[in-house]
Structure formats: C-alpha cells, structure tokens
Design a protein around this ligand. Structure first.
Ligand code: UT7
Length: 345
C-alpha cells in the first residue's frame, strides 16, 4: 500500500534511530563446545561469526527501553513528548502487561499510550506500518517504534539447528510528520498463516498452556523448518519488493540500500541477487549480531548510519520474513536524522 497523501493525511518520516546491543559476545566457538557443530559450518551456512546475549534474567523491556532512550536522546526531545509506543516482540517480559507499558514507565513517557505487536521477524516492519497510520492521520505527532527480542530466552541450546542462529538486541525509531522530499512511501505487509507450522513456539499460550509435560517436551523453545523458511524468505521478499516498487512507480534501479531482516547472509545475498543489487548496496550485520528477530532491521539501519553509508535522499528498501508466516516490506525516502543540537558534528 502506498501511503495516501492529501489534506487529511500527513507523510511520515523516521527522524531518529536508536539501538541497544548487549555487551556479552558469544562467538561460534562457544557452540562447538555444547552441540555437534563447527565454526566453519556456521559461517558457511549462515554468515554468522558471533552474536550478542543478555545476562539470563534480563527482560525484553530492558533492551527496548535502552533503544528507545537512545532514539529520544539523539533527537534531543524528552520522553514526555512521545505520544505512542509500539513494541514489536515475540519475547515480551511476560504475556501481560504489554512490554509497551513497561517501556512507557521505564523511560518516563508520561503522555504516551502503546501496545505490543507480534509478527516475529517482520515485527518491526509491521509496527512501522501500524504506527505510521497514527502519525499520518494526526493521531500522534511523535511515535516510537521499537523492535526488541531476547531470543536467547526461547532458544534450545541442545538443538544445533537453531541455537547457533539467534542473538539479543533492540532497535527503536522515532516517527514524526515528514518534511518535503522525505518519508515513508509505502508498505507491502502480508501474512500467510498456512505457513504457521514452519516457524513457531509450540507451548506457553492458551492452546497448550505451560506444564511440566510441555517443558519436558521442550516446547517452550523456538523451532523451525529452516530449509522451507529459507526458500519462502527469498522468493516472497523479492516478489513483495517488486510489487511495492511497481506500485510506487519506482524500479529496483531506484533503490539505494536494501535493509533486510538479518536471518542468514545467504538469504540476504539471494534476495539482493534477485533484485540485482550489488553488495555495497546491501546492509549486513548478521555476521556480528546473528538473527535478532524484531530488532534486526532497526539495528542494521543504525549500523549503516554510523558507518555513514546512508545519505539524505537515499531510497531504502526494508524487507523481512518471519513466523506466521509474515512478509514485511517498506520503502523509505531517507531525509536524514533530526539530530539534537549537542550531537551535531
Ligand atoms: O528469522 C526468521 C526466519 N528464519 C529464517 O530465515 C531461517 C531460514 N533458514 C536458514 O537460515 C537455514 O535453513 C539454516 C541456517 C537454519 C540451515 O541451513 P541449511 O543450509 O538450510 O541447512 P539444512 O537445514 O539443509 O541442513 C543441512 C545439514 C543437515 O544434515 P544432513 O541432514 O544433510 O546430514 C543438518 O542436520 O546440516 C546439518 N546441520 C548442522 N550441521 C552442523 C544443521 N544445523 C547444523 C549445525 N552444525 N549447527
């Protein structure tokens, strides 16, 4: 969907990007000690060299609040100027209250309301889509969109097919009414629930409440049919991107940077190949952060900004696939960060 324009709606821009990565680094060598794997297999099949992890007992809201504060401080506003907080996560501190409520209290966003959104690895793109509508309609002037996950809390460290993949992180962006020539151009967000059995956490919800039996069966951990998800991710991401570009009257030649969900370097390379984008136009952090689920796109964007790669006027293609299955795609005309005066170089 291309963002509507006209007197009743406002174009919306990402004006600040924050991130939080835990200090603890887990190299591939760690997994060689606990499961039957090797650094070589992990690097060849995923591109991951290391990932970050929180100390056990750290909740998602802690990471989400740190990323939110980073975004707010970079913008030079106070938390009580925020109207709306949307947190995308599949690893909330608890089923309820929502992580958004915990973040609202932690950062002191006294005027904000908020909610959580569950779309797994597409969580950030879906939350961006939802929050954009509030800012576009005038329902919010400043919205925080946070992607945060503590994947180490739902990872089975006896399962070599998944445990090597995931890391913990949070990223946050601030949405505000756009200036001329910048902003979020549109979304192509989709779900395909027929793929529900390809990537899931079996127990812990209302269908299979947690019990000794579900824990004994290790159903409180993430599982996936990796090869099938891989194929779906490549095919559907490229197709959704083509559809959105087409709807926007743009082509793949107009794209300056592909900011993909960071699940696997081979998936990212395959999507880039289909879109005929050269490596220098592809943002990658999977080698150092692993798959951080809802956090991967905003933390990758923060990384690209820190490297000075993304410039004002660039067209960014955000793209994700996750459990659901969910497909998230967004086009953003980057207008630069609205940096706090003290932070200007
Ligand atoms: O973030 C949300 C979306 N998720 C994704 O996008 C993940 C998509 N999938 C993937 O990234 C890849 O499928 C994986 C990285 C999970 C697996 O890579 P693959 O190239 O698809 O490997 P595979 O599952 O086809 O397994 C190949 C072989 C198997 O052995 P056999 O059956 O050929 O003897 C696996 O048992 O590799 C074996 N294997 C491992 N070997 C060493 C699986 N995991 C490991 C491991 N170390 N950690």
């Amino acid at each position: 969907m291309i963002q509507p324009s006209g007197p009743a709606v406002r174009r919306v821009a990402i004006t600040s990007v924050g991130a939080f990565l835990p200090d603890r680094v887990i190299p591939n060598a760690h997994f060689e000690k606990i499961v039957d794997t090797s650094d070589r297999w992990i690097v060849e099949r995923t591109g991951i060299h290391e990932r970050r992890a929180v100390e056990p007992g750290t909740g998602c809201s802690h990471l989400a609040s740190r990323a939110a504060r980073d975004a707010i401080e970079r913008r030079g506003i106070t938390a009580d100027e925020v109207d709306l907080i949307v947190v995308a996560t599949v690893t909330p501190d608890m089923s309820f209250p929502a992580t958004a409520c915990l973040v609202q209290d932690d950062i002191g966003a006294g005027r904000a309301w908020g909610f959580d959104l569950s779309a797994a690895c597409s969580g950030f793109t879906f939350a961006l889509g939802a929050a954009t509508q509030f800012v576009a309609s005038g329902g919010a002037d400043k919205a925080l969109v946070i992607g945060a996950d503590v994947m180490t809390s739902i990872t089975d460290y006896e399962d070599r097919t998944t445990c090597i993949l995931f890391g913990d992180a949070a990223g946050a962006v601030l949405l505000e009414p756009a200036e001329e020539d910048e902003g979020i151009l549109g979304f192509n967000n989709k779900v395909d629930g027929s793929g529900r059995d390809l990537l899931y956490m079996r127990s812990g919800g209302s269908l299979r409440p947690p019990s000794h039996e579900t824990v004994d069966r290790r159903e409180h951990f993430v599982r996936q049919e990796g090869r099938k998800v891989f194929r779906f991710a490549v095919r559907s991401s490229a197709q959704a991107a083509e559809e959105l570009l087409d709807e926007a009257g743009l082509t793949r030649d107009d794209v300056d940077f592909l900011v993909c969900h960071q699940a696997n370097a081979r998936i990212i390379n395959a999507i880039a190949k289909r879109l005929r984008l050269p490596p220098e136009q592809v943002v990658k952090t999977v080698h150092k952060y692993g798959n951080t689920t809802a956090a991967s796109i905003p933390t990758a964007l923060r990384d690209a900004l820190d490297r000075g790669a993304v410039k004002s006027g660039d067209l960014l293609l955000l793209s994700s696939v996750g459990a659901g299955l969910t497909i998230g795609t967004a086009l953003v005309r980057w207008g630069g960060e609205r940096v706090a005066p003290g932070l200007r170089s």
